[in-house]
Design a protein around this ligand. Structure first.
Ligand code: NAD
Ligand code: TDX
Length: 328
């Protein structure tokens, strides 16, 4: 019999790419049905996955909010899920600095709703898989010569966004420790690729450059992020969901640490635009300096590693994608 898995937040950037590259793969289709729940906030666009929904009867879309405990209960009763992959979140650090409440409501309380429903289903059937899609930002920030984050690095979130994601991770851990709910957590670095909301760094830089508008670089532009192509992240999520050990955290990273300023310059160069478009603006409050991920656990246990090279493949593919979308 096919297993039915709840996917949340899959009208957004990473989730919609997951639907395309993993959920619609023939071997996956043969074994799983997916119910996609998304509240369609400003970050969720049904058009991101409409083609896949139209062409695939094993996908069902339900517009619903994970903050609504009653609706989640009805959904779990209806579909008797085998598992959950929770992509849904408020995901933008700058927004969390302006308006933190919704980050706690969706990222913490929404996750708690899913965990409680998952536990009820687990207690009924004795089997379940719950995967929490988390972030390297829960570990806080690094200096230049610090070693990369491992799964044993203490969590030390600095923004309301990362604090809300860390809180959700701790709830997941507690449901494993207290109730033995089979939970796994992935902590991934900065994703890039198609279908990302333009408020995030890479699509914003491309959009501004195409329009010959200023590219806002926070602070000095020396901050470092580890960039991972979204398909590599999703491959890791699926490996952890299907083969990760219960109760474990898995770091996923792109092996591509770059300074923000360098990334902006690469984009300008690729588009043939002048560096005079760079504009240094006020720094983000509490701006984490550097993230770097040690993913050797996922490599060893799950034979996972990133495959897309940043400059040579991923960035170029991404720039071309947005160029087709936006160039006038
Ligand atoms: P996104 O903002 O592009 O998409 C989030 C999706 O969740 C949207 O479709 C939105 O409509 C939906 N959503 C928001 N609130 C909801 C609610 N209350 N109920 C139901 N749906 C809701 O985010 P993304 O970049 O695709 O990130 C997906 C997940 O991956 C998040 O959990 C994020 O924390 C995590 N993550 C992101 C990155 C990154 O670089 N983008 C890196 C590591 C981890
Ligand atoms: O206009 C900008 N100028 C700028 O210099 C923006 C939007 C960002 N930046 C800088 C801030 C960061 O150092 O670029 C870097 C990347 O910024 P974001 O795209 O906002 O990502 P970040 O804050 O690193 O968080 C992202 O990665 C981890 C995602 O948004 C999170 O959801 C994920 O968990």
């Amino acid at each position: 019999m096919k297993k039915c898995v709840l996917l949340t937040g899959c009208a957004g950037f990473i989730g919609s790419n997951f639907v395309k590259t993993i959920a619609c793969r023939d071997d996956v289709k043969a074994q799983y049905d997916f119910v996609i729940v998304d509240a369609l906030t400003y970050a969720g666009r049904l058009s991101n996955i409409q083609k896949e929904l139209d062409a695939n009867p094993h996908l069902t879309f339900v517009k619903e909010d994970i903050r609504d405990a009653h609706k989640m209960d009805q959904l779990f009763k209806k579909y008797q899920f085998y598992g959950v992959i929770n992509f849904a979140a408020e995901s933008h650090v700058d927004r969390s600095i302006e308006s933190p409440n919704i980050f706690v409501e969706t990222n913490v309380l929404g996750t708690l709703n899913l965990l409680k429903e998952s536990l009820a289903q687990f207690e009924k059937t004795g089997s379940f898989r719950y995967l929490q899609v988390s972030t390297d930002e829960v570990y806080g920030t690094l200096q230049l010569d610090d070693p990369a984050f491992t799964e044993d690095t203490p969590i030390a979130p600095n923004s309301p966004y990362s604090a809300s994601k860390a809180s959700a991770d701790l709830l997941c851990r507690s449901f494993f420790e207290t109730f033995k709910l089979p939970v796994t957590i992935t902590r991934c670095s900065n994703n890039y690729g198609p279908l990302q909301v333009e408020e995030k760094f890479i699509p914003l830089m491309i959009k501004r450059a195409l329009a010959n508008e200023k590219l806002p670089i926070y602070g000095t532009g020396m901050n470092i992020r580890d960039w991972i192509y979204v398909d590599d992240h999703n491959e890791g999520v699926w490996k952890v969901f299907t083969a990760g050990k219960n109760g474990e955290v898995y770091n996923l990273g792109g092996n591509s640490e770059r300074q923000n300023l360098d990334v902006a310059k690469m984009i300008l160069k690729h588009l043939g635009k002048p560096e005079s478009l760079l504009s240094f603006v006020q720094d983000r409050k509490g701006h984490d300096f550097r993230y770097a991920i040690n993913y050797s656990k996922a490599q060893k246990e799950l034979n996972w590693q990133p495959t897309v090279r940043f400059e040579e493949e991923g960035l170029e593919r991404t720039i071309n994608y947005y160029k087709n979308l936006w160039a006038k």
